[in-house]
Every structure is written in structure tokens, then in C-alpha cells.
Design a binder for this molecule. Sequence first.
Ligand SMILES: Cc1ncc(COP(=O)(O)O)c(C=O)c1O
Length: 386
Amino acid sequence: MNLDKKLDILPLTKTNPKTLEALFGKKDITPMWVADMEFEMDASIQNALINRISNSGFGYEYKPKSFYKAQKDWYKKQYQVDLNQEHTFYSPSITTTISIIIENFTSEKDRIIIQPPVFMEFRDVIRNTKRRITKNALKFEKGVYQIDFEDLEEKAKLENNKILILCNPHNPVGRVWKKEELKKIINICKENNLILISDEIHKDIVLFENKFTSLLQFENSWDKVIVCTSEAKTFNIPGICDAMAIIPNEEIRNSVKATFKKYNLGRTNALTRVALETAYTKSDSWLKNLINTIENNVNLIEEELKKSNSKIKLIKPEGTYQVWLNFNDVFQDTKVMFHHVTENSGIGMNAGHWFGREGALFMRMNIATTKEKVQFAIKKIINSVL
Ligand SMILES: Cc1ncc(COP(=O)(O)O)c(C=O)c1O
């Protein structure tokens, strides 16, 4: 794996001076916020893309049989899921699909349940579709995040709560929900006829001894499950990747299909097809290497915090390539924390409260970068609060 090969010379959101100014109040900051990677992509994907670009034009494309076979084999091997091609839709983004489901299956008086602190675009999508948010906030007990099942059961019973959006693995807290936890969620949704949207975009970055379970494994228990996913995070291709929605329920599927037809949404992109087909068939060992690198970066942060006796606590991630740092023992006010740490460390991280007020006094750092950069950043962060 070729690390940190000056990817930031590209027009990346992460390093856009205007964005840095807007988010952090200055341009000269080391950006470790947006969730994409600083590793060069797998050489086999890169070569396949170069080959595709060199050898042809870019007419209208479709996904051939070889693509679906590669994808089916990958889903079977990686997640023990029998991917049904008829249930699978390609969408410009995960949030596009979530908006469509919300608009087609709820009305403006309805509410959508989310589990903050959580990926902020869930909140944005609910607001943009003019629905209301019901919070089933995660519980943070003894350094571990848990689902508050009692609260979820109560909220699921309320008439206006129509959809639950689950994030598995959870961004930003890094939990990879266990099978038993997922079973409980399925049961609650089934008992209360809730549509369950499972955002599984971080599914391949599962660390240490943890195991990811896709909700597609439960489609026989509750079929009003919609899995929204893509391999954009896994292979660092969000700039060229289609997102997917896998919809076992026929009524939901037909409704989504009609909307996709209405807005002509399902068109694919030649580079996506090439990148994914190559990734599914050739990028196994690259992915193993990536996970190993992320685990080493997590360990490094843990050691640095310990060594320096820092009051900052690491919530050790089970998945994703982000770490969630707890500043509760250092600050009392989350905005003061954000300003102080940003100014004094020079590291641009996501403030926890961007993920909902439940994330106050935490910060999220992207660690999909070199060991040297992670070490540099964590030392700066530790020193910023001494
Ligand atoms: C949980 C989660 N879902 C979705 C996305 C983005 O997906 P898309 O660009 O397909 O909407 C991200 C990106 O960070 C994410 O963390």
C-alpha cells in the first residue's frame, strides 16, 4: 500500500481553503475531519481505471453480468449475504435513497428515529424533507456506547414515528452492532411496523476481533428493512462511486423504483463499474492491509494517550477509520473545547456536537493516514490541553 502520496494536491473537500476557513476559522490547519482516506487506492483498481480511460470513449454504459457475479461473490464472502440483483438499486448517494424512502412512506406530520450522536446528514435529510426527528440517543456507560432499548421500545410505539435509521458500523462512535443487538432492533421494528433503514457504508472497516452483521441476514424475520450502502469508504472512491439500496420488500421496492424512474436516477458511471468490479475480485489483500494499518493507528493513539497520562480518553473503535476522543475531563463547554483544541493543536477535527448535542465534549479524528501523521496529530492534540 502506497501511503500518503500527496493526495491533497487534488481538489479535495478536505483541504479546500474556503471550507477550512468556514469550519475552523483558518486555512492553515492539518485537516483530519472528512471521512475519506489519504492512502493511494489499490493499484489493481488504479490500473483498471487507467486501462478503461486509455482504451475507449465514455458512451452510455450498463453493468454487465461479470459485474453482478463479482458483486454477488463479494457479498457472500464478506457479509454472508445472498445478494438478490432484483432487490438492488443504484443511487447517486445514500442520502438520496434515504430522502426518497422518507418522502414515499411518511408525511410531514411524521417523525423519523435516529440514534445520536450520529452522522449529521441523517438529521439534514429529515429536515430537508420537512419531517421531524425523534431521538433515541445512544447511552454512554462506563466508556461504552449502547443502544437505549427501553427508550427505543417506547418511541417505536408512538403513532407518528415511522422509520428508524440505524448506522452500522456507527459513525462517529465506532460501534459495530452485535447480532443480539440487531435482533432486538428487528423485533422492535417488527412489533411496531417501523421501516428500518440500515446505513452500512462503513461495513468493511471492522477492527480487532469484531464482526459485522448485515441486516440483510434478517430479511426473513422483518422484510421492511432497507440496506443503504456502497463501497466508497472501503476503497476510497466516493468521488466516483454509486451508492446502493437493497430492498427486500416488494411494496417499498416498487415505490422506490417508480421514483427512480420518475427522476431517471439509476444511470451508472463507467468508472464506478470498473473500479467496483476490480475491487470485488482483486482488492482482498489491499483491504486486509488497510485494516491492519488502521488498527495500528488506533493502538498508537491509545499508547500516546497512556504514555502522556492525558485526560483525553479514546473510545476504542470497533469499526470505521475514525476515532472518537472524549474531552469531558478537560472542558465543560463544547464550543470552548472546539475552539481551544483547534487553535492550539492546529489539527482540524470534527466537533462532537456537529453530530448532535449528544456528541458535546467529544471530537472525531480521521485516522486513515500515515502512522507519522497520526502520531504528529495526537501529540499536538495532547499538548493542546496541557
Ligand atoms: C454513515 C454514513 N452514511 C453515508 C455517508 C455518505 O454517503 P453518500 O455520499 O453516499 O450519501 C457517510 C459519509 O461519511 C457516512 O459516514
